[in-house]
Design a protein around this ligand. Structure first.
Ligand code: ADP
Ligand code: MG
Length: 450
């Protein structure tokens, strides 16, 4: 099985701890990055992207949490191992290039091999080869300042890959470049990933480049707020850690592309609660569901408005029906919020996972009058787990529930399978990383607006 090349868990970084101007730059961040992945950290200025990058590179020591890189816990590495790690396993590219102005381009590129046992001639040959590869060997004897910004950044890329590292970290590498030079540099980084099979981790706040990555991790105020998988690139991660995606919700969104996430969830929930044949009634119910979900109206207000005649602006349902819907809605909201909180850092621990699965199972089984054998019960657990991990989508989940036991399914009645399948999506509606932009990753502008 593929192991992550970088795995950080519950990492916190605080600047000026306990002093004036204390900044929590990273709050409980957990991320796994796999070999040969291209991952982008995206977010507004000050959200913690650089801090995250430097933490992974071992340049920033977190106050808590674990940083594992290439099978090593950095906190347990000796000084010598850290130096070795920097020299041989990773290459860094910065916005400001950081070339040494008094050294020639060639000598800047040779620099990472200064402590190699290699002969100077071999080092130079290697440097020239790399410069040639990136199309700037003709400037080998120039000083960096004689080159354009784009060319200087290419020299910095050469320096970063001189020792053939496994991971390339780039912090806003085109932040100082014009668009033509930016294009070129981004193309080279992409090639480092696709041709040279380097793991590339890029920090940017520019949405134009999101199309290059396998995954985009969105940060805000030191937290990972969501993650988008670029469906245009074949994914390298094991299915087991693929995050749960609200596929049912996403499918739903195709019919209602103009709705925002909150509106979409309200629509999803109200259809679950009650399928009204009258479109205008359904819309009114949705508005109320949305308000109730957001805590803007109380249960009593919700019931009153659902009960109000249509001509007076309500949904026009009987009071008893309104109460029933209100109770169902509150139960669902409570459950989905619990699940979202419970699985905030999924997959966090085995215990949390098991607790979540058995809670979901009990929820699904409440009101179920049949009897499950131990085997069925175990299969149901497995199916829930697979759904949570995303290795079963919402359709496959229902299909597995319905499939006979002897064919590896849970062997539930068709209607029960449909019912459970619909309800699990509802319970996980807040946990779900609903990503309306998955299909739009190649059009980065859309992502920037979310
Ligand atoms: P980004 O790269 O996303 O712009 P940073 O990781 O550089 O964000 O910064 C995250 C937060 O930490 C910001 O509020 C920034 O002001 C603060 N910060 C970063 N570096 C330092 C530092 N050395 N000392 C104090 N605060 C810092
Ligand atoms: Mg930064």
């Amino acid at each position: 099985m593929r192991e992550p090349i970088i795995k950080i868990e519950n990492v916190c970084v605080t600047y000026n701890a306990g002093k004036l101007g204390e900044t929590k730059a990273l709050k409980n961040v957990s991320i796994e990055i796999f070999p040969e992945e291209y991952v982008i950290f995206f977010g507004p200025s000050g959200c913690g992207k650089s801090t995250l990058l430097y933490t992974m590179a071992g340049l920033e020591i977190p106050e808590s949490g674990v940083v594992n890189v290439i099978g090593k816990n950095l906190a347990e590495a000796s000084q010598r191992e850290l130096v070795e790690y920097h020299r041989t396993k990773l290459g860094m590219i910065f916005q400001a290039f950081y070339l040494i102005p008094s050294l020639s381009v060639l000598d800047n590129v040779v620099l990472p091999q200064m402590f190699h046992r290699k002969k100077p001639k071999e080092r130079k040959e290697r440097a020239l080869e790399v410069l040639k590869r990136f199309g700037i060997n003709q400037y080998a004897d120039h000083l960096p300042t004689e080159l354009s910004g784009g060319q200087q950044q290419r020299v910095a890329i050469c320096r970063a890959v001189m020792n053939d590292p496994d991971i390339v970290f780039a912090d806003e590498p085109v932040g100082n470049l014009d668009s033509a030079a930016s294009e070129k540099v981004m193309q080279l980084l992409y090639e480092l990933n696709t041709k040279d099979k380097k793991t590339v981790i890029l920090v940017t706040h520019d949405s134009r480049y999101l199309q290059f990555a396998h995954r985009i991790i969105y940060l805000r105020d030191g937290e990972v707020v969501r993650e988008v998988t670029n469906t245009e690139r074949k994914q390298l991660r094991e299915a087991k850690i693929r995050p749960f995606v609200a596929l049912a919700l996403e499918e739903f969104s195709r019919y209602y592309p103009h709705l925002d996430e909150g509106e979409l969830k309200a629509k999803f929930l109200s259809h679950y609660l009650l399928d009204l044949t009258e479109e205008r009634l359904q819309e009114r119910l949705e508005v109320l569901v949305r308000k109730r979900s957001a805590g803007e109206i109380t249960r009593e207000q919700f019931i009153a408005r659902v009960n109000t005649p249509f001509t007076e602006g309500g949904v026009g349902l009987y009071e008893q029906t309104a109460e029933h819907i209100a109770d169902n809605l509150d139960a669902v909201l409570e459950e989905s919020q619990f699940m979202a909180e419970h699985f905030k850092h999924f997959p966090e621990s085995y215990e949390l996972l098991q607790q979540g699965i058995s809670r979901l199972r009990n929820r699904l089984l409440s009101g179920y009058h049949g009897h499950l054998t131990d085997e069925q019960s175990e299969r149901l657990n497995q199916a829930i787990k697979a759904r949570l991990e995303g290795s079963l989508d919402h359709r496959q989940f229902k299909e597995v529930l319905d499939r006979p036991l002897k064919e590896g399914g849970v062997g539930l009645h068709y209607q029960t399978a449909q019912d459970f399948g619909r309800r699990i999506e509802v319970y996980l509606i807040d946990y779900a990383k609903y990503t309306p932009t998955v299909a739009a990753v190649s059009d980065g502008t859309k992502i920037a607006n979310v």
